[in-house]
Design a protein around this ligand. Structure first.
Ligand code: DGI
Ligand code: FE
Ligand code: FE
Length: 200
């Protein structure tokens, strides 16, 4: 396991202090997932020229708000004047998009690339920086992930990060439609921006 020493003053504290803040927020299973996402993000970052400290922090905090009650998200959407369309969705969409606002205020992390990686880790986005792509894929591919196609997705992503993003966008949309789940418009926009472009 890689344990970075933070030097960039992105989070006002050590990696261990950040980990302690996160473990206060999450049940053990979710916390272990977060540690695996950090490690997978570090591997993808090294391959793709992404800053390791940013990948570590973004991986660790991406699900920071996952176990907050709905009332916290609803209050934040109102207090921070976020798009009220968000109120039609639930935790799956809120924990990243609204979670980033809680992270800013509670953890004092203001790096917009990292906050966008949190915001977009579930739905993706039309434009994603290399860091955002790394976190989106690390969450999908961390070692405990086990779904049909995960090995193919790992291979594709090892070859080319963008092709991996397209793979996830396509399969997530397919999963939502097959299960009759509501599609957040950004998930569809991500599909349109990434999937046709990467078809051979
Ligand atoms: O938080 P994690 O479980 O680690 O992973 P995640 O944040 O990527 O969440 C994955 C779940 O989010 C997965 O069950 C699919 C769901 N999801 C992704 N896009 C959408 C969505 N759910 C809805 N309702 N609408 C979406 O557009
Ligand atoms: Fe998540
Ligand atoms: Fe996650």
């Amino acid at each position: 396991m890689t344990e970075l020493t933070y030097k960039e003053n992105i989070f006002p504290g050590t990696r261990q202090e950040l980990i302690d803040r996160i473990s206060d927020q999450l049940r053990p299973k979710r916390f272990q997932h977060v540690l695996r996402v950090e490690q997978t993000a570090l591997e993808l970052a090294a391959k793709n020229g992404v800053d390791a400290e940013k990948a570590s922090i973004a991986g660790l905090i991406h699900d920071y708000a996952k176990q907050r009650p709905d009332v916290d998200f609803i209050a934040a959407i109102k207090a921070y004047q976020l798009d009220t369309e968000l109120l039609n969705y639930g935790n799956a969409i809120w924990h990243g998009l609204v979670g980033a606002e809680l992270i800013k205020r509670e953890l004092h992390i203001y790096d917009e690339d990292i906050l966008n990686a949190v915001r977009h880790h579930t739905t993706g986005d039309v434009y994603m920086t290399p860091l955002e792509q790394v976190v989106y894929m690390a969450d999908y591919l961390e070692p405990a992930r086990d779904f049909p196609g995960v090995d193919e997705a790992r291979k594709i992503t090892a070859k080319d990060l963008g092709t991996g993003v397209a793979y996830q966008a396509q399969h997530t949309l397919q999963y939502l439609v097959e299960n009759g789940l509501p599609v957040y418009p950004k998930s569809l926009e991500t599909y349109n921006a990434w999937v046709p472009r990467y078809q051979k």
